[in-house]
Design a protein around this ligand. Structure first.
Ligand code: MSP
Length: 473
């Protein structure tokens, strides 16, 4: 059976990973864990985008070669993914021979079919976005997306016939409503394509750090043309294509929903099912930027709050798809209220009651007539739907509904009173509570794998040695 194929963008290695990179990767990991459990198997691909002027400039600034620089930064990405428990199946670097071979093959094929042709490019280029900018959009020499200085490029270049695919792309959007997600982002892309697509310059003679054009080595291949193809190079020899979902940030949605499908159409390859664009994090209300020096290093927060709390926070705090703000005070508040109070207390008070009332061997089963039973049986369809729509915040809130109902049930049923008045009822209520804990651990494991394991262990041995989430100041 074909594996459910999920990708993250390939991150530039100009600098160390930050909150934004971790966000996409955590989301992709959560979905991969979910599909592995639900539908047999999933394949999670991540990696790094290592060619182009942006990386070359960064390496020069640090007095190293692009290769040395990329090698050192890749270690930071891999190290962070390890700390965040990212269960990737492959990590691809665009400098690997398997990828270079694929890119050159594709280029040669499209040159032969006439989808790539030689011409001259003259126009603006933004190194930070690695993107060409239309004349009308450049005001005062600034990039319309990142506001950095753009440069004028005038050179011989190969072009990809993007214009040829304009109508086909629109048709694909119309026939496949799941292609552009969330659906409220679709209109912008449709309008963009309808406004007219120009052929795309896909080679540079002035950029040395890139994959050479086969047969015309004074040109290197445009870094986006190179990078997008990673999703195909990594699928070589594996039964995973077409990709089921590409997760991307909103700023690179266009590359994935216009240029990428056109390349695949030109190759005659099936298109991915969904491209999902999430929103952007600001930090204490401001855009993360080098000049402000406010990049959030996930390591700092993992050290302080733990991997699972960090994973939880980024997916719970803002609805996946929308923009939101990161601040340590919100993280601390969620940690103390959702994790230490609601979840942590539920586990510890349940276990201490079980041991106090001699119920260590009690089995989980819902049906004593408390509100837990109804909540547990209504849970699965809501949760699955949220997961399959990549509504991670909503999925988590369904788990927290169970946590809250269970805590409330303990307060209203008062097991400490039942222990004296009605031992039979006590057993029923406690086994209801246990069934909620099992459901919580089973479904939390996609988001918080370590916590889920810890809850399961606690339930098996019947003891809590230390709080799951000690309260923090
Ligand atoms: N190399 C390209 C992608 C090529 S994919 C074939 C690239 N790399 S990047 O290093 O700039 O990473 C971009 C991704 O990082 C975004 O798509 C998003 O996933 C994530 N984020 C970067 N900053 C972000 C925020 N402030 N907030 C949320 N995520 C953002 O673009």
């Amino acid at each position: 059976m074909k594996k459910f194929y999920i990708t993250t963008p390939l991150y530039y290695v100009n600098d160390k990973p930050h909150l934004g990179h971790s966000y996409t990767t955590i989301a992709a990991d959560v979905l991969a864990r979910y599909y592995r459990a639900r539908s047999g198997d999933a394949f999670l691909l991540t990696g790094t985008d290592e060619h182009g002027s942006k990386i070359e400039e960064a390496s020069l600034k640090h007095g190293s070669t692009p290769v040395e620089w990329a090698d050192s930064i890749v270690g930071n990405f891999k190290g962070l993914w390890k700390r965040l428990n990212i269960s990737y199946d492959d990590f691809i670097r665009t400098t690997e021979p398997r990828h270079i071979k694929k890119v050159q093959e594709v280029f040669a094929k499209l040159l032969e079919s006439g989808d790539i042709y030689k011409g001259r490019y003259s126009g603006w280029y933004c190194v930070s976005c690695e993107a060409f900018c239309a004349d009308a959009q450049v005001i005062d020499g600034k990039c319309p997306d990142c506001a950095r200085q753009v440069s004028l490029v005038e050179e011989e270049s190969y072009f990809f016939k993007l214009s040829k695919y304009q109508d086909k792309i629109i048709e694909h959007y119309e026939k496949n409503p799941d292609f552009l997600k969330p659906s409220w982002r679709a209109a912008e892309m449709k309008n963009f394509v309808k406004s007219g697509l120009k052929d795309l310059s896909v080679s540079r003679t002035q950029v040395k750090w890139g994959i050479p054009v086969p047969g015309d080595e004074k040109h290197t291949i445009y870094v986006w043309f190179d990078a997008l193809l990673n999703y195909l190079s990594a699928s070589e020899g594996r039964d995973i294509w077409p990709c089921d979902i590409h997760f991307v940030g909103k700023e690179i949605f266009k590359f994935h929903t216009v240029i990428w499908p056109a390349i695949l159409m030109a190759l005659g390859v099936t298109l991915p099912k969904t491209v999902f664009a999430h929103g952007w994090w600001t930090v204490n209300g401001e855009k993360m930027s080098k000049s402000k020096g406010n990049f959030v290093d996930p390591n700092v927060f993992i050290d302080k709050y733990g991997c699972d709390a960090y994973r939880y926070f980024v997916l719970r705090q803002i609805p996946f798809g929308q923009d939101g703000d990161f601040s340590e005070s919100c993280l601390l508040e969620r940690y103390n209220s959702d994790l230490a109070n609601n979840l942590g207390n539920l586990v510890s008070r349940t276990l201490s009651m079980m041991s106090k009332y001699g119920l260590k061997n009690l089995r989980a089963s819902s049906g004593s007539g408390t509100p837990i039973g109804a909540a547990v049986s209504a849970f699965a369809p809501k949760f699955y739907l949220a997961m399959e729509n990549a509504e991670f915040g909503a999925a988590l809130s369904h788990i927290w509904e169970i946590i809250n109902i269970t805590n409330k049930t303990i307060d209203s049923e008062k097991p400490w009173a039942l222990a004296k008045s009605d031992p039979k009822k006590l057993e029923q209520v406690m086994s209801d509570i246990l069934s909620a804990l099992v459901l919580i651990a089973d479904n939390l494991r996609f988001f918080m794998p370590e916590t889920s394991d810890r809850i399961k262990k606690i339930l098996e041995c019947g003891e809590v040695s230390e709080p799951l989430f000690p309260r923090l100041q």
